[in-house]
Design a protein around this ligand. Sequence first.
Ligand SMILES: Cc1ncc(COP(=O)(O)O)c(C=O)c1O
Length: 408
Amino acid sequence: MRALPPQGQDWPELKQALLDAKARDYSWKRGRMAVFFYYLDEALERLQQEAYMTFWTENNLGQRAFPSLAKLEGEVTEMALSLMHAPEGAAGSFTSGGSESIFLALLAARERAGKANPNIVIPDTAHLTFDRAAWYLGIEVRRVAVDRERRSDVMAMAAAVDYDTIALVGSAPNYPFGGIDRIEALGQLAQQHDLWLHVDACVGGFLNPFLSKLGADVPAWDFAVPGVTSISADIHKHGMAPKGASLLLVRDAALKQHHRFESSAWARGTYAAYTAQGTRPGGAVAAAWAVMMHLGEAGYLDCARRIMAARATIAAGVAAIPGLEVLPGNHAIIVYRSTDKALPIGRVATAMDQRGWLVSRQAEPDGIHLHINPLHAEVAEEYLTDLRAAVAEAREGAAPEMAAGRAY
Ligand SMILES: Cc1ncc(COP(=O)(O)O)c(C=O)c1O
């Protein structure tokens, strides 16, 4: 087992060791990954780093010590609330990521409802983070099959609601297929039964508004829809900020009390927090603030335009390859599969992997999943050239099959 070195080493040597360690990773900077990263250009990369470093060690738990961070967090939250058509009196919390935002939403829904055996009713395309948060929180999850368009089947969800249901969920969009659920109908159902409706816009929060502006068909999904109680929106996804930045937004600031912990049961007096984290990195807030202020509406529109261009090129290119089929969709997520028994998609995945592309294997249907970000506009043609070669190789039967379900 490795132990601490007896004597410390100098930074130049350690820096080289870190660079050597990452040399064999897949290259996100060359657009080789369609999962895990969001990249625009070197100018934004430098801005992210410098903004983060400005507050690199400040602790955002200590907002009395760092009123600057409280102000920046407030401004980030307000910009997001206004983007998502929140009414006066809405509020939010800055979290470490989509998982924490969703955890807090379910905690708040549970505390608000106060049911003995709580359950949530969600479309089966919702992120597994709901199941993970529900596991932490002692909540039963009722996953309901989606309809033929792979969107929430609201009648079937209504049938799954009972006395112990505390919340409904819709995604905007969901991660497996990129579809946006029927949020308006879910809002009506939520209001009928006085349920918390959480919209998971971890992927779409900072993209949907701009896709709409570009004329894409984006069904209503945000606080403009009556009945939407909370929204999770990740600034570290299409908000283009470095990792560790998400928001849980609530329609009414009073709802925040349901995910607020407070206790005085120790020697140090009162400890209170709205988030699951205690110590929180100030750099994440500063970088999110700087990215949002730097990109502004025009910058986010440009990102959305690049994503749509990449999507169009890749989807058309894949569809033109005999034996491959692209599932219907118009968001940043593309799923394709094989329609030809002589062309196992797992072999195509292996052949792409061997060409340096990190491949996400979709389990249902057996296929390949891509989450497009702005950089992909620059590598779309390269991707297609390699895919055509990978398909030819897969037909020859040389490559072993990459197992399905290797999403992460
Ligand atoms: C739709 C959706 N919700 C939630 C999450 C979880 O977010 P995080 O990985 O930031 O915790 C993801 C992550 O990909 C997602 O795609």
